[in-house]
Design a protein around this ligand. Structure first.
Ligand code: AMP
Ligand code: MG
Length: 414
């Protein structure tokens, strides 16, 4: 091919991702009970309504006292009361006095240290009893001061945080029962193809079961969004548009699979050149996933995934997950780890490669990674049992056994 007829270089993966994410934002917030807030994204900061602890409390079982009263082993104090968790002692402690105290109980006024119960001899558990101190305390010992952990009014969680069990516990301690979260985005899922039958239907000759839609619905749910089933669009011009426009609820994004290649039965690209639609990019430097595209239908962003099951699934991990995170008010960045190869790899071409692989930790806890021998993008059984993708940049040189490569772990739910 003459130089001036060279094909346009394909769009790099990072550029495609940036264009997909451009302008995506969450729509609308709602109140959510903390017990239901797992995985939800905070729409506003959370300030603590209380100091934690609200008052000074004891960190040990023992005796509250004034350190000045027991500088010498053998000093004797008089027990004048008891402070237990939930039952504070209301008086004020004077010279030579001690109050029996337990972990988590409020430290009485006047006391400035807790003497461990193991470090005293007490005649009885009655008030008025003599308590001999065998080990002189340090000033302030075993007291958790008010606000040690959190001060009332402190922002303990910021907007954009994804709620987890431990953050739910923090917000609960801070005096809240509900939080403001971003609405879950609604993601329309549409498959395309004359060969597809719905799960449960018996495929006739030449037909296959539409597994992409099931995968994507589960994937969308695992990302914390709501999948909206848009069915199967058949291979004719305009079918995809009709089905997207007939969505039962307003959509924050549409994701399609198939129909984006260059065959006579692929209509996605031409459909996105009609009224009310827009075609963004089409075709990227990625394997699997070359025919990826983005666009809009009536202002709803559209992500067109390839039809091959592995291509659509890998592209969902790379593009749909961060897009849903944005629409949910958060961010998603894949966490890459370095792992030692157990096989050789040929030099890579111009497309960023995502090799279906298995990650194993050796005896010393170091990750090793084995790429599946077959990397055909139709082979869902290999993808289903993979737990990682080796990510190879364009033109990555050949690799030998023992070389390090970058690996993206697949989320166990995705
Ligand atoms: P296409 O991009 O439409 O040519 O599809 C590429 C390949 O993916 C074809 O072999 C299709 O049969 C297959 N395919 C397309 N859509 C689905 C689907 N929803 N579920 C499973 N396989 C699909
Ligand atoms: Mg097709």
């Amino acid at each position: 091919m003459p130089r001036d007829r060279q094909p346009k270089p394909l769009l790099p993966v990072e550029d495609a991702l940036a264009r997909i994410l451009d302008g995506l934002a969450p729509h609308g917030s709602e109140r959510c009970a903390l017990v239901d807030a797992m995985g939800r994204v905070l729409a506003s900061d959370v300030a603590s309504r209380l100091s934690l602890p609200p008052e000074a409390v004891s960190a040990m079982d023992g005796y509250a006292a004034r350190a000045d009263d027991c500088r010498t082993a053998g000093d004797i104090l008089t027990r004048i009361g008891e402070s237990a968790a939930g039952r504070p002692w209301d008086g004020s402690l004077g010279a030579g006095e001690t109050v029996r105290i337990f972990t988590g109980a409020v430290v009485p006024a006047g006391a400035d240290c807790i003497i461990l119960q193991e470090d005293v001899d007490a005649v009885s558990e009655d008030d008025g009893t003599a308590v001999t101190v065998n080990e002189a305390p340090r000033d302030g010992q075993f007291i958790r001061p008010a606000g040690l952990d959190v001060t009332a009014g402190d922002v303990v969680l910021t907007a954009g945080t994804v709620m987890s069990a431990r953050l739910i516990s923090l917000a609960t301690s801070a005096g809240h029962t509900e939080v403001s979260v971003w609405r879950r985005p609604h993601i329309g899922v549409l498959s395309t193809g004359d060969e597809l039958v719905l799960p449960g239907d018996e495929p006739a000759r030449g037909q296959i079961i539409s597994s992409n839609a099931t995968y994507l619905a589960a994937f969308v749910r695992a990302c914390g969004a709501v999948p909206v089933d848009l069915g199967i669009a058949r291979d004719r011009a305009g079918a995809m548009l009709e089905q997207v426009r007939a969505a039962p609820v307003p959509l924050d994004m549409v994701v399609t699979t198939g129909g984006a290649s260059v065959g006579t039965h692929d209509h996605l690209v031409s459909d996105l050149k009609g009224a009310g639609t827009e075609l963004g990019f089409w075709k990227i430097a990625m394997r699997p996933g070359k025919p990826l595209l983005n666009g809009r239908i009536d202002d709803v962003p559209l992500l067109g995934l390839p039809g091959n099951p592995v291509s659509s699934a890998v592209c969902a991990n790379i593009f749909l997950r961060p897009a849903i995170a944005r629409l949910s008010g958060g961010e998603h960045h894949p966490q890459m780890i370095a792992a030692k190869l157990t096989a050789e790899l040929r030099e890579n071409d111009q497309r960023q490669d995502y090799l279906r692989s298995r990650l194993v930790y050796d005896e010393s806890g170091r990750p090793t990674v084995t790429p599946a021998r077959k990397q055909d993008s139709s082979m869902i059984s290999i993808y289903a049992h993979a737990d990682a993708l080796i990510v190879r940049p364009p033109f990555d040189p050949a690799k030998s056994t023992g070389d390090e490569v970058l690996v993206m772990r697949l989320d166990p739910l995705m």
